[in-house]
Design a protein around this ligand. Sequence first.
Ligand code: 5GP
Ligand code: MG
Length: 176
Amino acid sequence: MKVLLTTENLREGVQRMAREIRRAYDARPITMLGIMTGSVVLLADLIREFDMPLRVGVLQASSYRGTTTRGELIINAASLPDVSGRDVLLVDDIFDTGRTLEGIREHVSGLGARSVRTAVLLRKRGRQEVSLEPDFVGFEIPDEFVVGYGLDYCDEYRNLAYVAALEPAEIARRTS
Ligand code: 5GP
Ligand code: MG
């Protein structure tokens, strides 16, 4: 594994994002919605940077991608707090093609949120397939498969306190 972001890098990045978010919302109460499970560590660290009233919720999304068809996004919003009239900030681990976040943004807008903005810890360079631009980005990273700080490979590695790129050999070993 190759470490891309150390614990210290992550701490500084999350604090920087929190400052930008505070400035953008100018003391208006925010409803932060973490997209599970990848955002679990970011969400926990980010919300503790705020000492103002804040609502927190989560939602689950998964996409089933065929080989030729564009994947259908399944959103499970059963545990979502009421978002109508609220300023919602969607929090996700990584912006890759952007399709997940775009789909969720449309869904939450449809529930009558007053505004919907997006914050992601990581953004992969050269992968974007949608016009949506995340409003808050922690770090730009190269197009490599990363794990740690919430991000998994086969449901492992989420607990790493750093972000690392998995070597192709490690991926191959696990899939064979
Ligand atoms: P998108 O819809 O933006 O293409 O995909 C976003 C989702 O794909 C992320 O929320 C994450 O679950 C998964 N993903 C994309 N790139 C990576 C990666 O490098 N590592 C891990 N662990 N998940 C990724
Ligand atoms: Mg995810």
